[in-house]
Ligand binder design. Structure first.
Ligand code: ATP
Ligand code: MG
Length: 350
């Protein structure tokens, strides 16, 4: 029997995860849903945001779904013990190297985009962001004092062939089940790591995925095209830094933070890590105002990618669409529904 480990975390995390629990029970009764303490809550209880025990339980499960971590309460905790450090450590431990971030526009919300409705209606982009390498992890890095008393801060943008290949493979595989088109975004004109990125993706494409349409695009041009004509994209594969920025920008084409899920996956036989892209939202925590759809859609991704329950995932997506089509809106979407009422709107359609 498959196991889902829920890590509700802090702020609105427990509120939105409670709705995931209800949806999971109705949709896949055989799924074992466990829960563990994580993030600031774990720091308060155990002095660390991620205990070894919880890390091991995550690695032993079939999928992990997190709510959110962090908040002003832990802002002064030592850097390596902050709730966010627990997240980076968990990603590393699970070796989830590809971050899937859909920028998908629900028809019922197309009018709420910052772009004209016709530019986003039908929009469906999948980002594949490399998640455990690049400038966020490359060595050397640091802040040094120079002889003249100035300081220098520096990082290293570093990728190996195999790191690029495995991210590229995820993108090409995904494209085959979609519109069969991959854009690979880098800055090969000014960066050596970007040049290698382009070369490796070109080779991989020629060798294993000649049937998929591939276009190389400079990351700055990609940013421009995303706000000019986003519907030209299907799958975009890019490095850790550009992926962070481009996927955030694209996400906002489609509506509220409260709508947007993400998946971090690696080895297909290991558990994936799923989480809404929003944070712990301390300003609305505990008030029953949070939109649970980002967490529910993260569960939808877990069903699809880790739990291999594709039919249940399709049903859940249809239920969310149905709820939105019928006008169900939490406050972030301009409505009045509470977290639980939005959960009800989805549940009654399952
Ligand atoms: P983090 O640093 O953890 O990413 P953040 O500063 O980016 O956090 P969030 O916690 O994501 O911020 O919140 C940003 C704003 O969006 C807040 O005003 C918050 O109330 C709102 N928000 C975030 N998530 C939701 C949600 N699920 N439903 C409704 N509003 C939300
Ligand atoms: Mg944020």
């Amino acid at each position: 029997m498959a196991t889902l480990l829920l890590l509700p975390g802090d702020g609105i995390g427990p509120e939105v995860c409670a709705e995931v629990r209800r949806v999971a029970a109705a949709l896949v009764p055989s799924l074992v849903v466990e829960e563990a303490i994580y993030g600031g809550a774990s720091y308060d209880a155990h002095g660390t945001p991620l205990t070894d025990e919880v890390r091991d339980r995550a690695l032993a499960s079939d999928a992990v779904l997190m709510g959110a971590v962090g908040g002003p309460k832990w802002a002064d905790a030592p850097r390596h013990l902050r709730p966010e450090a627990g997240l980076l450590n968990l990603r590393k431990a699970m070796n989830v190297y590809a971050n899937l971030r859909p920028a998908y526009c629900f028809e019922a919300l197309a009018g709420a985009s910052s772009l004209k409705t016709e530019l986003v209606s039908g929009l469906d982009i999948m980002f594949v962001r490399e998640l455990v390498g690049g400038v966020y992890f490359g060595e050397p890095r640091g802040i040094d004092v120079l002889p003249d008393g100035q300081k220098k801060g520096y990082d290293t943008a570093l990728y190996t062939t195999s790191e690029i290949e495995r991210a590229g493979r995820v993108a090409f595989e995904l494209a085959r089940g979609r519109k069969n088109k991959v854009h690979s975004a880098e800055k090969s004109n000014v960066m050596e790591s970007g040049l290698l990125w382009k070369q490796v993706i070109t080779e991989l494409h020629k060798r294993e995925y000649p049937d998929v349409e591939l276009e190389h695009i400079l990351a700055d041009n990609c940013a421009m095209q995303l706000v000019r004509a986003p519907k030209q994209f299907d799958v975009i594969v890019t490095d850790n830094l550009f992926g962070d920025i481009l996927s955030d920008a694209a996400a906002m084409l489609t509506g509220s933070l409260g709508m947007l899920p993400s998946a971090a996956i690696g080895d297909p036989n290991k558990p994936g890590l799923y989480e809404p892209i929003h944070g712990s939202a301390p300003d609305i925590a505990g008030k029953g105002l949070a939109n649970p759809l980002a967490a529910i859609l993260s569960f939808e991704m877990a069903l699809r990618w880790s739990l291999k329950e594709v039919e249940a995932a399709d049903r859940l997506l249809a239920a969310v669409k149905g709820a939105l089509d019928s006008g169900a809106r939490t406050r972030d979407l301009g409505g009045e529904l509470s977290t639980v009422q939005m959960g009800d709107a989805v549940l009654c359609r399952i």
